[in-house]
Design a protein around this ligand. Structure first.
Ligand code: G3I
Length: 384
């Protein structure tokens, strides 16, 4: 294992990581920070270390700062760059204390054909996380996307749908039981079951199992692993509003009925520009009411789109940094216990593929240089 050398930088000079961005870091090693390059700037190949530029400032990594604040700081991880890119592994291990599989724990990956589970890709990520002292958020047991064809067929037929879904949940949670060799402490049991207007989403599962199906999912999960912390996860329900109210009511009902639900994941796919992210008071109020139900609150998928804003590259990056900082600061004050980004480098973000436009929604740029967002997050975690 290679120790990480401190990195130095110049203001507005792009980042600098010495030759140390190869191999794996020792968790907790200090990482030099600096003011980053502007959006899309790239002065070296992706996956390689940014060039070294001498400077002065050295700051602890996000995960060390987060530890001191009692919060986990996480990133969604994709299998391909984890295998192929040393810089990806290096930064992931150094900066983050929690990992979510971006795709490979979803049903299409874990049970590609009925009764045949394939944990290989997911276990590789879990092994990396464990080796680097990171916790794992399991994502996701039940969703209306990324299901294998056989499961969609079973759901559509209506016959044995409930048994098939229960078997999936049981098979996955048995493999990842917390008293077993590959523990996964927290799971997004169900993802995005509420519509933008606050109705129960009309999904293959709602149709096959009926409107009360969500309670069953949590009960099945709890039976399979009584030690797993079970979350409801959704987007667009972060601040106050129709959808947030519906998610709150859903959870209030589940808690009231004694359903084993332990937390809520606020995805936090937001952007710069007017009304593209929740206001601090709204976010704080929503978190407070969810916590008042006895639930743990995690931010599970944060990224901040630039394409929703205006201004120069530098102005947009500064605005992005402020959005990241405001939301993290609010969440820490409100008692959020885990804060995960949906990726960490613009080299591997779902946003350009999804929107069809270039962007730069994450705290590290495509060259793995930290952006103003990274430094703003650092300052918030440091209590500044
Ligand atoms: O697995 C196939 C592969 O075999 C094929 O070669 C390749 C060619 O495009 O596609 C691969 O599937 C892709 C899959 O990711 C795995 O890489 C799909 O095309 C692609 O659409 C899929 O996108 C994922 C998306 O969920 C699916 O809806 C994104 O990477 C992932 O970031 C995104 O994550 C979701 C969260 O789970 C829930 N919240 C929203 C978030 C963003 O959409």
């Amino acid at each position: 294992m290679t120790a990480v050398r401190p990195v130095r930088l110049n203001r507005r000079a792009g980042l600098t990581a010495g030759a140390s961005l190869v191999g794996l870091s020792t968790p907790g090693t200090a990482f030099a920070v600096g003011e980053p390059a502007s959006m899309n700037r790239q002065d070296h190949a992706p996956g390689t270390a940014p060039p070294h530029r001498p400077g002065l400032q050295v700051a602890p990594p996000l995960r060390d700062l987060a530890d001191a604040r009692g919060i986990r700081i996480g990133a969604a991880v994709a299998s391909r760059p984890l295998v192929a890119e040393p810089a990806y592994r290096e930064i992931l291990a150094r900066e983050f204390s929690s990992v979510t599989c971006e795709n490979v724990m979803k049903p299409s990956f874990l049970q590609p054909s009925q009764g045949r589970f394939d944990f290989q890709a997911a276990d590789a990520i879990v092994a990396f996380a464990t080796a680097h002292g990171m916790t794992i958020r399991g994502h996701t047991l039940v969703w209306h996307n990324q299901n294998p064809a056989w499961l969609e067929r079973v759901a559509a037929s209506g016959e044995n749908a409930s048994a098939a879904l229960r078997d999936h949940i049981t098979g996955v949670l048995t493999h990842y039981r917390n008293d077993g060799p590959v523990p996964v402490p927290a799971w997004d049991v169900v993802n995005e079951a509420i519509t933008d207007t606050g109705a129960l989403r009309d999904t293959l599962w709602a149709r096959a199992l009926g409107p009360g199906y969500l309670a069953d999912l949590f009960r099945w999960a709890n039976e399979a692993d009584p030690d797993a912390r079970l979350f409801y996860n959704d987007y667009g329900a972060e601040g106050m509003g129709r959808k947030a109210d519906a998610v709150y009511e859903l959870l209030r009902g589940l808690v009231q009925d004694g359903v084993p639900v332990h937390g809520v994941g606020l995805q936090m796919h937001v952007g710069i520009g007017a009304r593209q992210s929740p206001s601090r008071p709204d976010l704080a109020a929503n978190i407070a009411r969810l916590r008042a139900l006895g639930l743990e609150v995690h931010v599970t998928e944060m990224d901040v789109k630039l394409q929703t804003g205006t201004g120069t590259d530098d102005e947009r990056l500064d605005e992005q940094a402020k959005v990241y900082a405001d939301i993290l600061g609010t969440c820490i004050e409100a008692g959020v216990t885990s804060f995960t980004f949906w990726g960490f480098t613009d080299a591997h973000s779902w946003i350009p593929g999804f929107t069809g436009k270039p962007d730069g929604a994450l705290p590290f740029d495509t060259t793995y240089a930290p952006k103003p967002a990274y430094h703003a997050l650092t300052r918030v975690l440091a209590g500044g």
